[in-house]
Design a protein around this ligand. Structure first.
Ligand SMILES: [Zn+2]
Length: 78
């Protein structure tokens, strides 16, 4: 895996729970070049945003090509 900022080499970084069990509670990626840290939560968030973007793109494309857009769905309830 390469850094999203500088394309540098990233290594797995384990986050330890020092106060209680001492167990590894999370793992993340850390860039050796710039220190960028990406953990699983950030990755999931980014994936969710990308999926949302694809969904919006598909919907807008379909709307443009559709001769009869679903006006009722787009109208505000008043
Ligand atoms: Zn980097």
């Amino acid at each position: 895996m390469n850094c999203t900022r500088c394309q540098g080499t990233m290594v797995t970084d384990y986050l330890l729970d020092m106060e209680e069990s001492g167990d590894v509670w999370a793992s993340s990626w850390r860039c050796l070049m710039c220190g960028e840290v990406v953990d699983s939560t950030i990755l999931k968030h980014r994936e969710a945003q990308e999926c949302q973007g694809e969904l919006v793109g598909a919907v807008s494309k379909e709307t443009v090509n559709d001769a009869q857009p679903p006006v009722a769905v787009l109208s505000p309830k008043s």
